[in-house]
Design a protein around this ligand. Structure first.
Ligand SMILES: Cc1cc2nc3c(=O)[nH]c(=O)nc-3n(C[C@H](O)[C@H](O)[C@H](O)COP(=O)(O)OP(=O)(O)OC[C@H]3O[C@@H](n4cnc5c(N)ncnc54)[C@H](O)[C@@H]3O)c2cc1C
Length: 242
């Protein structure tokens, strides 16, 4: 059950034969749809496939907040991946939020977008301690925040990141899907990628036994379906995916 998916009425056919495409994106959640949109905006020929219906994975079931504040992450990141990588994560979240806002403005998307504060709060002494650790991490990483109080919830400590946002994710993504198809992009649903063969050409195999030959494949399936020997994550700025 998801309140976001009621609004989403797209329906696309599945891949039913061998096909040849240029840029193949596997997985049509926010990651795959955003990538397909950015590539098609650059004039690339894109094909997007999903094992199920579009947006029906994690994206269709989120709490829909757009924020750099997701639970108690920065203290953990600082300890586990180091200060500069933790800061990169924060900046990535801020850039992604700006990207969503500017896309909404550019395409005039009606998706209930609203600026909101994000607040992490503790109601027990144990979590006050954890929040104190998180606050130290914010300070170390130079992340802006304010102290606040939520009387209604009897919070003992609360950290606010101002100027975050919320939106209706499938209304937002439906507008991107519209742009992708308007630019000539092709979409298939109910098409499960099961393997990638890297021979002379890159071929993605589907669970129905069909082959999708492509010049580039992008795995946006949230959970990997393909056991690559190594994964290389190039520096991929949001405004320049090629
Ligand atoms: C309960 C919950 C609440 C959340 N709330 C927030 C929030 O408020 N704010 C926030 O920023 N993040 C939130 N998140 C995290 C966020 O939702 C996810 O990080 C984001 O939606 C992931 O998007 P995605 O496109 O990478 O993956 P998904 O949305 O899962 O999309 C992956 C797609 O790939 C398809 N797929 C998978 N395997 C294959 C295959 N083999 N072949 C073809 N297709 C395949 C799936 O069907 C799916 O549609 C939340 C997550 C959860 C679980």
């Amino acid at each position: 059950m998801s309140i976001w998916l009621d609004e989403h009425e797209h329906s696309y056919q599945k891949v039913e034969s061998d096909i040849e495409v240029d840029h193949l994106i596997v997985g049509a959640g926010i990651t795959g749809i955003t990538l397909a949109y950015l590539l098609s905006k650059k004039g690339k020929s894109v094909t997007l496939i999903d094992a199920n219906r579009l947006m029906n994975g994690t994206t269709g079931h989120t709490t829909a907040k757009i924020t750099a504040q997701h639970a108690l992450i920065y203290d953990e990141f600082k300890s586990n991946i180091g200060k500069s990588n933790a800061r990169i994560h924060y900046e990535g979240a801020v850039d992604a939020a700006k990207h969503i806002q500017s896309t909404i403005q550019e395409l005039a998307i009606d998706c209930d977008y609203e600026k909101k504060d994000s607040i992490l709060y503790a109601t027990s002494d144990r979590y006050v301690q954890k929040l104190e650790q998180e606050e130290k991490a914010y300070d170390a990483l130079n992340i802006p925040y304010e102290h606040t109080q939520i009387d209604m919830l009897s919070s003992k400590k609360a950290l606010k990141m101002a100027n975050q946002a919320e939106m209706h994710p499938t209304k937002y993504l439906s507008a991107l899907v519209h742009e992708i198809t308007r630019a000539g992009g092709t979409i298939y649903e109910n098409t499960v990628a099961v393997n990638i063969n890297h021979g002379e050409q890159t071929v993605v195999e589907t669970s129905d036994g069909n082959q999708i030959t492509c010049s580039n494949v992008y795995i946006c399936s949230h959970f990997p379906f393909y056991e690559a020997v190594i994964f290389i994550f190039p520096d991929l700025p949001l405004n320049d995916p090629t």
